[in-house]
Design a protein around this ligand. Sequence first.
Ligand code: MG
Length: 162
Amino acid sequence: MAGNFRTGSGYDAHRFCEGRPLILCGVHIPYDRGLAGHSDADAPAHALTDALLGALALGDIGKLFPDTDDAFLNADSIQLLKKAFSLPAFREWEISNIDLTIVAQRPKISPFTAVMRKNIADALGLAVEQVSIKGKTTEGMGFCGRGEGLEAFASVLLEKRK
Ligand code: MG
């Protein structure tokens, strides 16, 4: 693969539902609803996995971990993220930095970003300073603003190992 750098972007959205825990970047967030999904529905972890896969043009999380496969029912998405990054294609690449944005009207994300950054950094063998996580609202606009769901955007830069 030509070049010393590769960049990837990822996106995911899940609908809020009753009776499930809210898990974001592997962190259990106290809230009265969780996110619907086949796995634990950790949208920022899914967006980040897609960003990593996208950087090396390896497809997406749905191709790697199909939601038709019962092996991934209620799966821990941090484990899926680690599994994706352990693909042989990543061996000659290291992550330079990650930038994640979580869009939710509620709950407030900022009290949890420190523990989320640590969780992502630990999962991928990075320093916390290489992982940025930001929470945003949409000032009440759209599906996030109405509290119907939550979305996440991720970007990642890979650098070829020396
Ligand atoms: Mg997803």
